[in-house]
Design a protein around this ligand. Structure first.
Ligand code: SF4
Ligand code: SF4
Ligand code: FES
Length: 483
């Protein structure tokens, strides 16, 4: 460890740390645009300037240096807010905003933009330039998912470095020089197919890279995040599901707009996904906002939920050779509830609710894993996997099958067995079950998933449960009850 001083206070730091890293680790704030803890250090934005004086050097003889690329040394004295620093920061912001359109009023990044924040904090003055601004492309469609506004770009190159160093698609670059520099995709279309491309939206410090599905849909201060877990594969990336704040509820429009996922962003967790997620995780609204099953049924006839539970309980009691197909989308809590209430009564097998979609990336070295379900690890710790030929899971005298979750063709069930089906989505199989029970989805309840490495992540409810549906945990308890 090395001791040095920030703003007169002694600070301990690792030998190989930079001033920026040591300052962050010790709770001192230094502004930055181009620096990112997971990317290389280009030192191009100059906003992180600090005043440095070496051990033995006289006070007032310090020089200005960028904190993100300055290694610490013993006894060094760093000032993060001296008059010299403040003056240079203000000049740097004047320079960065020289050609910036300052169209924050129509920019989706407003409220989360570090350029906006630093301008208010460290500059606050109008431009001193008398020259007209250099214009650039306002709406460059970088891909089907992302639009680029070159006038807002401050050329920090975070997006370029992300595709080189993290996603490894090498699909973005800088064209031309000086105030004519432009971020552009390479011509082979590889940015379009980069499954991690949307991370550049998060790491762009300004409103230059924006999500096309989210474009002008909501101001971010009307939204709030709920901690959740992506169920798109066994990595179980931690995510934030953003939705409308109750106090900003839309009154005149479709009430469903107040209970929808507006966007999905990563929730940083070093043990699971770091600060990244893949694009599939960004599209979770397409998974959770499918048409829901909200009505209990007996052979397709609508009945009260309670009546359906009573029939299911009787069927379970009467069955002589019951088999259960357990969902690997069930949470740890639901799996434990099933195990406790019904596990001993059934011959249980874990099925895969979701298979890879055609053309979907199966696996890579960053995050994406081949099993496209969130909780196989926890389910398989309790029950064996469904055999490759599912028909072998059913003894000839199977008289009842409980199917929990989607992804299993009823055509593979023994023709004479009665069926209890628990599912959340409106699907044709629902009406074919002897008893159909509609269950809540992940966004309506809290719980945990265990990923392929054994890391346990929590998800919280963000929306009210639909009328007519029940939590699987409650249903298992009711179906396993003595009478
Ligand atoms: S688009 Fe954003 S992330 Fe990329 S260089 Fe410009 S400001 Fe930086
Ligand atoms: S890597 Fe897997 S868990 Fe992570 S965001 Fe993508 S699909 Fe979801
Ligand atoms: S953050 Fe240090 S130069 Fe950009």
């Amino acid at each position: 460890m090395i001791e040095f001083f920030i703003n007169g206070q002694p600070v301990q730091a690792e030998d190989n740390q930079t001033v920026m890293q040591a300052a962050k680790a010790n709770g001192f704030f230094i502004p930055y645009f181009c620096w990112h803890p997971q990317l290389s250090v280009p030192g191009n934005c100059r906003i992180c300037m600090v005043e440095v004086t070496n051990e033995g050097q006289a006070e007032g003889t310090g020089w200005l240096e960028i904190a993100c690329n300055m290694p610490i040394s013993k006894g060094m004295r760093v000032l993060t807010d001296s008059d010299k620093v403040k003056k240079r920061r203000k000049e740097t912001l004047q320079f960065i905003t020289l050609n910036h359109p300052v169209d924050c009023g129509i920019c989706d990044k407003a409220g989360e933009c570090t350029l906006q924040d630093y301008h208010y904090e460290y500059n606050g003055s109008p431009s001193v330039s008398r020259d007209v601004k250099v214009h650039a492309t306002k709406h460059y469609p970088l891909s089907d998912r992302i639009v680029l506004d070159n006038e807002r770009c401050i050329m920090c190159t975070r997006c370029v470095r992300f595709t080189r160093e993290v996603s490894k698609s090498n699909s973005l670059g800088v064209q031309s020089r000086g105030d004519h520099s432009l971020i552009r995709p390479v011509e082979d279309g590889s940015f379009e197919t980069d499954p991690y491309s949307d991370n550049v939206i998060d790491i762009c410090p300004v409103g230059a890279l924006l999500s096309r599905p989210f474009l002008h849909k909501a101001r971010v201060w009307y939204l709030e995040p709920t901690a959740s877990v992506c169920p798109g594969c066994e990595r179980g990336c931690n995510v934030k599901l953003w939705h409308r704040k109750t106090e900003w509820k839309l009154k005149a429009l479709d009430p469903q707009q107040n209970a929808r996922i507006d966007r999905v962003t990563p929730l940083e967790n070093d043990a699971v996904n770091g600060p990244w997620i893949c694009n599939k995780g960004r599209d979770l609204a397409q998974v959770f906002e499918r048409a829901r099953a909200e009505q209990a049924m007996l052979k397709g006839e609508a009945v009260e939920l309670q009546a359906a539970i009573v029939i299911a309980r009787e069927m379970i009691k009467a069955a002589r050779r019951p088999v259960a197909l357990v969902s690997n989308w069930g949470s740890n809590e639901e799996l434990a509830a099933f195990y406790g209430a019904l596990g001993p009564r059934f011959a249980c097998h874990v099925k895969r609710d979701w298979q890879p979609a055609p053309g979907e990336r199966l696996e890579d070295d960053l995050l994406i894993k081949p099993d496209k379900n969130p909780n196989s690890a926890a389910a398989l710790a309790l029950f064996p996997a469904l055999p490759a030929d599912p028909r072998t899971a059913f003894p000839p005298d199977t008289d009842l099958v409980l199917v929990w979750g989607e992804g299993f063709s009823f055509a593979q069930l023994p023709p004479k067995a009665r069926i209890i089906y628990l599912n959340s989505w409106l699907q044709p199989e629902n009406g074919h079950a002897d008893v159909f029970l509609p269950v809540s989805v992940q966004t309506e309840r809290s719980g945990h998933y265990t990923n392929f490495q054994g890391a346990v992540s929590a998800f919280e409810a963000c929306f009210a449960k639909k009328a007519g549906v029940a939590d699987a945990e409650t249903l298992f308890g009711a179906m396993g009850a003595a009478s």
